[in-house]
Design a protein around this ligand. Structure first.
Ligand SMILES: [Zn+2]
Length: 601
């Protein structure tokens, strides 16, 4: 139960705070933020944020500032740990009844509202103590500027649609990669540091702060909370039935009504309705969902002024922490049960890919604005005109999905030792595995690929690949050092999503494994003629088979296909071309027969 007085104090914060601050109230002049000093118009650069963090650390025994990595351009990545009992290590934080909440700002550095909201919120909790009860059952980890090199690519012209701050950071890293597409592929050093932090701290709840583009409407704050079949069913149920049910009225009462992330079915057309569903694990929230942790995406609205957006983010963080405090015991139970269930997914069919179900919707009240469509006399394109007239509209909300790909969870995956590009990522994600001490040849379930096609343009430094896959059983040899990943572990859902080719963000789809699609040795056509003649002379059954196959005129009329037909039946056929090199061990008893290295590799 939360005491009433802090709510009253909170109200005074909104009256006094931000644009007409009271230095005494704000914990002393040293702790007035640069955002407040600017009258809510500006957001500080890296050196100023680092200086502020030092002062915050010095001002409260409940705050410790650490670094969790170093950016490629050489900047230390700060994380602020806030705990009212000074439990500043993962073991201590998890030793009592607390839940650990990770909040990050600035993964897209231009969308920096969370940084300035978070600094003031920590001050209110740990220095002013007006919001100290928010730390009763929560240990907070706060990353103020995750994409730190992008944060320092400062310009007034980084975010074309966005109404402040005056100078903003840039969306991508110093090598032009988007960290919020990098969660599965883990290409960036920043992602590696983040994964280390996450593996070490095992947060129980994750928040990612952004600013959205898109249509105009009344809401300052929109959100997406992972509550679909991509995550554990109890985590999803807790998120919808406990967390969001309490958060939504609190936000409305606080002057910031919220609505699910505004992704209209038709662009800029509110009446077409809002579509919602799980983020794929390239995104931070989709990634956390696969680790069975509740994950919240905050998206403030680009057209609202900066001070208003920071206030909205502040409210969202504050009410989220309040709900988590009152729910801390339930959340701990839900997560413990989810981890146990994830470690027992073997033989279960789990969903990997989803599509919005347009046959199933509910009507919601949407706080929109009047709009109309015209035509641009310059481009000739249709042009939406949003007015300033608020309009509450009844619109459909499509929050259900159909599942478009699934996989049955095997007992284990086995990965040849040489596929280091895959094994390296398992390590980064904190997935446990063992290795073979000796070579093993055995039948495994796997897939044969066909019709592989690569995207013409790069996306996040990769040419994504699509293909058809046929499940097969194949005799394969796995050398010593090959990796055996038992799915009986809490990260099973993540393992399956990394290694099953049908998963939308599977590593093989990011082009890491393109060489498995390639054939390396070739016949000369004239040499193949001799081979074909010898094969036919030696094997009467092959003569009959070929005769039957020629009934297909697309074969009979195509010399390359005829040569291919024989090649695939010859001992030279390169079976590894188009073969997925990772095996599925379906039968758990097989694991007992493998020469596994004792202990973790
Ligand atoms: Zn963003």
């Amino acid at each position: 139960m939360q005491a009433l007085p802090w709510k009253i104090k909170l109200l005074s914060l909104f009256v006094l705070g931000f644009t007409s601050f009271d230095p005494a109230f704000a914990g002393g002049p040293d702790l007035v933020t640069d955002f407040e000093k600017s009258g809510g118009k500006a957001s500080p650069a890296y050196p100023e944020v680092m200086e502020y963090l030092k002062r915050l650390d010095a001002a409260s025994p409940w705050v410790r500032v650490e670094t969790f990595g170093r950016s490629p351009e050489g900047r230390d990545e700060p994380v602020v740990i806030v705990d009212r009992h000074g439990r500043f290590t993962p073991a201590k934080a998890h030793s009592g009844e607390n839940v650990v909440v990770l909040v990050q700002a600035g993964i897209h550095s231009g969308e920096i509202d969370g940084q300035d909201a978070g600094l003031m919120l920590i001050r209110a909790m740990a220095v002013e103590k007006t919001l100290a009860p928010l730390l009763d059952h929560v240990t907070l980890l706060f990353i103020p500027m995750y994409n730190i090199d992008g944060h320092e690519r400062r310009s007034a012209y980084n975010r074309p649609n966005q109404n402040g701050p005056e100078i903003q950071g840039f969306r991508a890293t110093a090598v032009n990669l988007n960290l919020n597409r990098d969660y599965v592929k883990a290409d960036c050093p920043e992602t590696r540091s983040w994964l280390d932090l996450f593996n070490k701290w095992q947060p129980d709840f994750f928040v990612d702060c952004h600013v959205t583009d898109g249509a105009d409407y009344q809401y300052v704050v929109t959100y997406s909370a992972e509550q679909w079949a991509s995550t554990d069913s109890s985590v999803a149920a807790w998120t919808s039935n406990r967390y969001l049910k309490q958060l939504t009225p609190r936000m409305a009462e606080g002057g910031f009504p919220i609505v699910p992330y505004v992704n209209f079915r038709a662009t800029n057309e509110a009446k077409s309705g809002i579509e919602a569903g799980p983020a794929t694990p390239r995104f931070s929230t989709g990634y956390c969902a696969l680790r069975d942790r509740p994950a919240l995406l905050i998206e403030t609205h680009m057209l609202k002024d900066y001070a208003t957006r920071v206030k909205g983010t502040y409210a969202m963080l504050q009410h989220t922490l309040a709900v988590i405090n009152s729910e801390h015991a339930a959340l701990r139970d839900v997560i413990a049960a989810a981890d146990a269930r994830a470690a027992a997914l073997e033989k279960k069919e789990i969903p990997l890919a989803f599509e919005v179900d347009h046959t199933d919707s509910v009507m919601i009240d949407f706080l929109g604005v009047d709009y109309s469509w015209g035509k641009s006399d310059i481009t000739g394109d249709k042009w939406v005109h949003f007015t300033k007239t608020p309009r509450t509209m009844k619109i459909p909300y499509f929050g259900k999905q159909t599942v478009t790909a699934t996989a049955v969870v095997p007992a284990a995956y086995i990965i040849p030792a040489a596929w280091t590009v895959v094994i390296d990522r398992l390590v980064a994600h904190g997935i446990k595995f063992t290795r073979l001490d000796k070579a093993v040849t055995m039948d495994v379930a796997t897939y044969r690929f066909s019709n592989a096609k690569w995207a013409a343009k790069p996306f996040e430094g990769h040419h994504e690949v699509t293909f058809d896959q046929t499940p097969i059983t194949e005799k394969m040899t796995f050398p010593p050092g090959s990796v055996v990943v038992d799915t009986a572990q809490p990260l099973a859902r993540l393992i399956v999503n990394l290694l099953e080719p049908a998963a939308p963000d599977a590593l093989v789809r990011w082009d890491y494994m393109d060489s498995c699609f390639e054939q390396k040795e070739y016949f000369e056509n004239y040499a193949m003629e001799d081979v074909i003649r010898k094969m036919l002379a030696d094997d009467p059954k092959l003569v009959a088979d070929f005769k039957a196959a020629k009934a297909d005129t697309s074969l009979a009329n195509h010399p390359d296909k005829i040569r291919r037909w024989f090649y695939e039946r010859s001992p030279w056929y390169e079976k590894t071309a188009g073969l997925y090199p990772i095996g599925r061990i379906v039968d758990r008893s097989v694991l007992q027969t493998l020469p596994l290295h004792q202990g973790r590799s």
